[in-house]
Structure formats: C-alpha cells, structure tokens
Design a protein. Structure first.
Length: 441
C-alpha cells in the first residue's frame, strides 16, 4: 500500500521506516528540509538502536522516500499518518495546532478514499473534531485513530513485536484499510482491537498513566522501605511475580520522565477536570513524581554532612532513561537543577545526551560536561548515578575511587552490586536502602 507520514520525529520516523520494512511504499514528509537532506542520505536524525540499518534497507529498496513539502506523492496515498508533536500548553492541555494545520495542508492533495490516521497522542474527541473539520472544508476523507506505544531506545523492536494494535474508526472502509496496512503484523499473531475514535484515543492516555502509576507506586514504596528497613529490589520482584500485577515498570528510580509520560498524564488530568471527573490518582502520581528530585537531593545533602556548597558532584547520566539521547523531562536534569540551587558544583557525563544539554540555557554555563566518567569523577565529593546506562554497571570503580575526593556513590537506579561496591570502600546509597532514609542507619 502507499503510505505517507507527516512529521519525522521519533514516532513518524521509526514508524515510516518500519512500514517500508513491512513491504509498503512509504513517503515521509517533514517541512524541516535539513532533516530531509540527512534522511535521504540514510543518516538517522535521532539516536535509536538499529534505526540506521532499517533506514538504509528502506531507501535502498526504493520503498522509502523523504520529501520536504506536501507534494505530488500524496495523491497516491491510501493512508496519511499524522505524526506531528502535541506539546503541553502552559495549563497542561495538549496543543493540537500542529494536527489541524497538517490535516488542512494535506487535504487538497488526497484522493477521497485516503484515510487520515492520527498517530500523535491526542485527547479523546480530537479525531471526531478532525473529521468535522474535514467535512467543513468540503472533503470526504475519513479519520482513524492509531495510537503508538513505542519506547525510545527499543522503538524498532517494539514496532515489530507490539503487544497490540489499536484502531479507532467510524466505518468499515477505514477499518479495512487499517487491517491491510497492519496485515504483516496481525498474520504473525499480533492482536488488533477495533473501537470508536475516542476510546482509541483514551487507551493511549490510560496506558501511559497506568504505567506511570506503577512507577510512582514503587517509588513511594521505596521511600517506605528506607524508613522501615525493607529491601525494595526484592519487594519489586516479589510483587511482580504475581501475574495479575506483572513485573514490568516496577523499577524504583529518580522518577519517570521523557516526552510522553509527564505530558500525557497532565493532558489526562486536564481532560478529567474539564468534565468534573476528579480522577484523584492522577494528582497523586504527578505530585509524587514532581517531588522526587527534590526529595532525593535533600537526602544526598543530609548524607554529605548537611551542606553541598562548593562540593563537586559527578552526575553519571543525563538522559531520562538509558539508550536514548533524549533529555526531555529527564529526572537527571531536575536533580542537577536542585543540586545547583544548593550551591553544588556539578560535573556530568552521559554517553549520548551531552550534546543536547545546550537546550537548557540555564545549565550550559553551570554544568561541566566531561568526555569520560573517570574525568567527571576526578576530584568529586560524590557520584550520583541518575541513568541506568550499561556503561555505568561495568566501570572500574576501584580505579574511580582513587580519583575521587570522598568515596560516596548515590545509585538512583539501583544498578550496582552493593556488597562489591562497599567492599571497595565506598559509602554506597541506593534507592530504598535504609541508609538513604537515615544517615545513621
Ligand atoms: C513511553 C511508553 O512506554 C510508550 O508506550 C509510549 O508510547 C511513549 O512513552 P518512553 O517514554 O520511551 O515510552 O519510555 P519508557 O521506557 O516507558 O520509560 C518512561 C520513564 O519511566 C523513564 O523515565 C524510565 O526511566 C521510567 N521508568 C520506567 C522507571 O522509572 N521505572 C520502570 O520500571 C520503568
């Protein structure tokens, strides 16, 4: 089938590349011509495992094309996937202006039976509004909702091995086209759920909020473990063994971040408030997560003697999780801001994220980025592991200890072996450990 993607961010690029891998003819449009120039040269514009390989495969097979305008190709499209950003407005609601301007721009180029597929995350009701907008403009095209569930860092794997494909629509023609598009995956046994447009839209917000709820829950439990001396890692394992709960998204840490969870929960909260539905759990998740960097910083300060003024803290990891270069809503960045506000000197190292720190104007001059973890650790009073990069699990900490001024490690991702690290002479504190809750403990 002929498919067009509008927007080559994480979702649009990965989905476009992988749709071509499934055998479809794909055109990806982005008005940012500098991106298109690079993509045509088979150069990924984002850091994503295996993307380069599939991008090359698509372009070489002549099934994957990149253009920087709404051009001729659109008239052959069976489906146009809208994968543009829906950032949060200052009140937390989703900004949908990109969606409507993109739909408005493509309409005149499309054949009547081309389906417009909204893949961007949008509040329930948006697809119905897009359908009305199309009618008002005098066009006949139908709308489908097809939320994405790709995780950064494993997006290629997630596309091919997704747990489910959700399709929202109002008519059989739309479902028929969507079934044909996804046939290569459903034939492999991947389940597809057909529903109405609004329910499909809400499934995305509900899934992300539920996962964020699991993380906030385990983070709160880790605080409790600290106070009463229980082992959070065993606790997480123990409750995760119950199949009704499931063992994923139960790793305690410095809080969830990224471009989806924080934004989507705020948007769902805004939606609920708009219809006088209290949905109190959302308030608790947001508060719990927002307070996390400040609470952890307070504990670090307590354990470093009550003051970090002029103390040098080496932060290992800037990205919101491992295997991405994305710093958006990263808890590591919020931790750094907290540390700086207490007068600490912050030195950082991240395998992929450092190039993006320039987007945080308030941090560029204040955070010294180093090219290796050893250089960051040199002369430091403490190391904070803020992101769970594999690299940090296998460092020669014996050597690193000799470089540091005082041997403190705060492991906010619980990635190191406590016993081994303590045997090296470190004062080691991880999430959920009694020592983090009580400096005498
Ligand atoms: C998420 C959803 O998983 C995906 O389905 C959706 O489409 C986009 O948003 P992503 O933001 O890439 O994907 O990251 P994810 O792996 O879900 O992690 C989100 C955040 O939660 C990260 O900050 C991560 O560190 C944190 N997390 C995750 C935990 O703190 N503990 C966990 O057990 C899992």
């Amino acid at each position: 089938m002929n498919i067009t993607f509008v927007g080559t961010g994480y979702v649009g690029l990965v989905s476009g590349v992988m749709m071509s891998y499934l055998g479809h003819n794909v055109t990806c449009i982005d008005l940012d011509s500098s991106k298109i120039v690079r993509l045509k040269k088979k150069e990924p514009t984002i850091y994503e495992d295996s993307l380069e390989k599939y991008l090359k495969m698509g372009v070489d097979s002549n099934r994957l094309h990149f253009v920087d305008s709404y051009d001729q190709n659109l008239k052959h499209s069976d489906a146009v996937f809208v994968t543009v950003g829906t950032p949060s407005l200052s009140d937390g609601s989703a900004d949908l202006s990109n969606i409507f301007s993109c739909v408005g721009s493509v309409l005149k180029h499309l054949k009547d039976d081309c389906v417009i597929v909204i893949k961007s995350t949008v509040p329930p009701g948006t697809c119905n509004n897009v359908e009305s907008f199309i009618k008002q403009k005098g066009y006949k095209n139908k709308v489908a909702s097809n939320p994405e569930f790709l995780r950064e860092g494993t997006a290629i794997h997630d596309f091919i091995n997704t747990d489910r494909i959700i399709i929202g629509g109002n008519d059989e023609l739309t479902f028929g086209i969507m079934k044909n598009i996804y046939a290569p995956l459903t034939k492999k046994g991947i389940q597809m759920l057909e529903t109405d447009l609004s329910t499909s839209e809400l499934i995305k917000y509900a899934s992300n909020s539920f996962l964020a709820n699991k993380i906030a829950f385990i983070n709160e439990l880790s605080d409790l473990c600290q106070e009463i001396g229980c082992n959070i890692n065993h606790l997480s394992e123990g409750i995760g063994m119950d199949k009704r709960i499931g063992n994923s998204f139960l790793k305690p840490g410095p809080g969830f971040g990224g471009s989806c969870f924080p934004k989507d929960i705020l948007a769902l909260q805004k939606l609920a408030q708009g219809v006088s539905s209290k949905f109190l759990i959302l308030d608790a998740i947001i508060n719990s997560n927002n307070n996390r960097p400040a609470n952890l910083t307070r504990k670090v300060i307590g354990l470093l003697g009550g003051d970090v003024k002029e103390k040098k803290i080496a932060v290992f990891g800037l990205t919101y999780k491992a295997n991405t270069d994305d710093l958006r809503c990263s808890p590591a960045i919020n931790l750094i801001k907290e540390l700086l506000s207490f007068g600490a000197k912050v030195v950082a190292y991240d395998p992929q994220g450092m190039k993006n720190i320039s987007r945080y104007k308030e941090l560029i001059k204040k955070v010294e980025c180093k090219t290796t973890p050893q250089k960051a650790a040199r002369g430091s009073d403490a190391i904070i592991i803020a992101t769970e990069w594999n690299e940090f699990k296998v460092l020669d900490y014996k050597k690193i200890k000799t470089l540091m001024k005082t041997p403190f490690i705060f492991d906010f991702r619980n990635v190191l072996d406590k016993q081994q690290i303590e045997e090296m002479g470190f004062e080691y504190h991880c999430i959920g450990s009694k020592k983090m809750g009580n400096k005498n403990g």
